[in-house]
Design a protein. Structure first.
Length: 361
């Protein structure tokens, strides 16, 4: 019987054998079987190497580490470069929010009426801009890297446990009246900006926002300006011109309010959805606030991640479309939104690496 087999038998069948005996046997056999020993050692080393290799391959193929947001590195210029591939004539020269000087000292002519321009609404807008602000907070302006999360209202957020991740971003943009309280574990608590229009305004803006949250009015029609101006100046409330009655009491500080530049609605509609700026009344289509928020982020953030976007299959009429309420896709039948076209636009952004999805789409 050769040495290797004999040694294995000794060690395996009699684990309590005296180690000194095994050592003596080893020394005795070295002189007779030096070549065989070297062969066994070589085989042993090969087996060890193969075991380590298999472990590494397993780790590479089947272990998916959590992708953490690295605050020390910033992909400066990447968003601009990739956005230019998707958005024709992409530029960051346009202000995010409307400001008084453009409607007082210098009246800037607008090519379009709302929601793509301010043509015909200059007078009421002048009154509104005289009491609101247009700047970004210094805490955002001073950032060397603006890491932004745009939080949609979709059911993907339900039971997602994304709250802490969302809170870790420098800028968190939320939509309409989506609640935070009661859903903190899934959606977080931080809100840097909240985009809304009168019909989607939460009746108590202090309840679901932080004290320094920017409340960004998305104007779709002239009555939206009138509603906001009447609310902030505590004038007689505007009740007509809305598909749903907006709040008559809306307790917010004027310095928190911003008016979104309709330029970004135009970009969303014309460049991302290929919608004509002038549409027949019967077939009007408009972008959702969610896609608009992504467009806005692409124009001032250095990194854009999204969460809670995507709708259920159109055949699934009973699947809810929001994480916080039970309304279904059927409710969007007359909403003037084409969610299929918007899904294609967002998937194109994902393919380009322009945005990253934090929840499955």
């Amino acid at each position: 019987m050769g040495f290797p087999v004999f040694l294995l038998q000794v060690t395996s069948h009699n684990e309590s054998s005296d180690p000194r005996l095994i050592l003596l046997l080893l020394i005795k056999m070295i002189n007779k079987s030096r070549g065989k020993i070297l062969g066994v050692l070589a085989l042993f080393l090969v087996m060890v190497w193969y075991s380590i290799y298999r472990e590494d391959r397993y780790t590479q193929l089947f272990y998916f580490p959590v992708q953490e947001n690295n605050k020390t590195t910033c992909p400066l210029g990447e968003v601009e470069k990739k956005a230019a591939q998707l958005i024709g004539n992409y530029t960051r020269d346009h202000p995010l929010f409307l400001q008084l000087k453009d409607y007082f000292w210098v009246k800037t002519p607008s090519l379009y009426e709302l929601p793509y321009g301010t043509k015909g609404s200059e007078d009421v807008l002048l009154h509104l801009l005289s009491i609101t602000h247009h700047s970004l907070p210094e805490s955002i302006q001073s950032l060397k890297c603006r890491r932004c999360a745009v939080v949609g209202n979709g059911p993907r957020l339900r039971n997602s446990s994304m709250g802490d991740t969302i809170n870790s971003y420098d800028v968190v943009i939320r939509l309409n009246n989506a609640p935070v309280h009661g859903y903190e574990q899934d959606v977080g608590t931080k809100t840097t900006m909240r985009l809304f229009y009168p019909e989607s305004a939460h009746f108590d803006p202090r309840a679901e926002n932080n004290p320094d949250t920017l409340l960004v009015l998305v104007p779709f029609k002239p009555s939206d300006f009138q509603w906001m101006e009447a609310i902030l100046n505590d004038k007689k409330r505007v009740r007509k011109g809305f598909w749903k009655q907006p709040p008559l009491i809306w307790d917010a500080k004027p310095e928190q309010v911003r008016v979104l530049n309709p330029y970004y609605m135009e970009v969303t509609a014309a460049k991302l959805l290929n919608l004509p700026m002038k549409q027949p009344r019967k077939v009007k289509q408009k972008p959702t606030t969610g896609l608009l928020a992504i467009t806005l982020a692409l124009h001032f953030c250095d990194l854009v991640h999204i969460a809670g976007f995507g709708y259920p299959d159109s055949a699934n009429k009973k699947q809810t479309i929001h994480y916080y309420e039970q309304i279904t896709l059927k409710s969007m039948a007359g909403s003037e939104h084409n969610v299929s076209h918007e899904a294609v636009a967002i998937k194109r952004m994902l393919e380009l690496g322009l945005v990253k999805n934090l929840t499955y789409f």
